[in-house]
Design a protein around this ligand. Structure first.
Ligand code: BDR
Ligand code: CA
Length: 327
């Protein structure tokens, strides 16, 4: 079911992506919502590999968390660690949201071993060159993706596209900057300018997609250890968000939206716009500048924005994905 207005050009792109399970590399910084993105990707995409980046926590922790989630799902997918710090900005993390481990709130097993590789950028380049039609799905700071595009400009033509979580018309780290863009604005600017298909799921969308107590309960009642673990993670994540806002009933479940935009595009209302990233502003560094003018000579769109979501249907897909792996 499609909600709202779907753009004529964006719809075929995403419909094609979802005709068969889309082939993706998930680039993430787990992170509670990153962990949920891994589950949805494992269930509903041809997930080639997981790349990790510093973001919600330092790289050793985001990589450790990605390996733990991969292990808990029992899937045969490599985890490659990547950039330890942003291109230019000082590294800053999000312990106030995700805890010091990056994935606080649940009793997690030890990882089965180290990462399968420590060169996520090389892994991304090689995989996109050897496999047709890969979608890159970054749901953390965009450092790895920018480095891959810089070292291998041919990637811009080779990939099917980039579906990212980040940005929006308001911020969460500053009044105008969302964390993933704010954490590495120079990398984000390069990605928004890369020239190929780009799908942005920003805060305007993800704040419509909240882990309410009822939705968390629907996971809590599922059988199996994985469901109990994810219910605990959701509770921690929601508590930090609800405690810090005046109007949320649960944490916005940001990162799975970038996966669902490819696997289930009909959940979303879409529009197209030109989006650039501010890197210089004293008060606006890390802002996604969305050209919403109605002027005929406005900049040509470079980005499909997911702007509305059927949140109940989307959360059912998350619940079913967790149920699938919770044995
Ligand atoms: C983004 O920042 C991180 O804390 C989340 O994992 C998500 O990717 C939301 O601003
Ligand atoms: Ca993330």
């Amino acid at each position: 079911r499609s909600l709202g207005w779907m753009s004529d050009t964006a719809t075929p792109l995403l419909e094609r992506a979802a005709a068969a399970p889309p082939t993706i590399i998930l680039d993430c910084d787990p992170g509670h919502d990153d962990a949920i993105a891994i589950v949805v990707a494992a269930r509903h995409t041809n997930l080639l590999g997981i790349a990790t980046v510093a973001g919600n926590a330092p790289l050793d922790r985001t990589t450790r968390n990605a390996i733990i989630v991969r292990d808990m799902l029992g899937i045969d997918v490599p985890v490659h660690s990547g950039a330890e710090r942003p291109l230019v900005a000082e590294p800053k993390h999000a312990g106030h949201i995700h805890g010091e481990s990056g994935l606080d709130g649940a009793d997690l097993p030890e990882p089965s071993g180290p990462a399968d590789g420590i060169d996520a950028v090389g892994y991304i380049i090689e995989t996109c060159r050897s496999t047709e039609g890969v979608w890159l799905v970054p749901v953390g700071p965009l450092t790895n993706i920018a480095l891959a595009l810089r070292s291998a400009p041919d990637l811009a033509r080779r990939v099917a596209g980039i579906s990212l979580m980040g940005g929006g018309s308001f911020g969460n780290r500053t009044a105008v900057a969302e964390f993933n863009i704010w954490a590495d604005p120079e990398a984000a600017a390069a990605v928004f300018a890369y020239g190929g298909p780009l799908v942005m799921s920003g805060l305007d969308l993800t704040h419509q997609f909240q882990a309410t107590p009822e939705r968390i309960e629907s996971i809590r009642v599922l059988p199996g250890r994985l469901a109990a673990t994810f219910a605990d993670l959701f509770v921690f994540f929601s508590r930090t968000y609800v405690g810090r806002h005046d109007s949320l009933r649960g944490a916005p479940v940001h990162d799975p939206c970038a996966v669902l935009a490819l696997s289930h595009p009909r959940l979303f209302g879409l529009r197209e716009a030109h989006v650039t990233v501010e890197t210089a502003g004293v008060h606006t560094r890390g802002m996604t500048v969305i050209d919403n003018r109605r002027l005929l000579e406005r900049s040509a769109p470079n980005c499909t924005i997911t702007e509305s979501v059927d949140a109940d249907a989307g959360f059912e897909i998350i619940t079913e994905s967790i149920a699938h792996f919770s044995r």
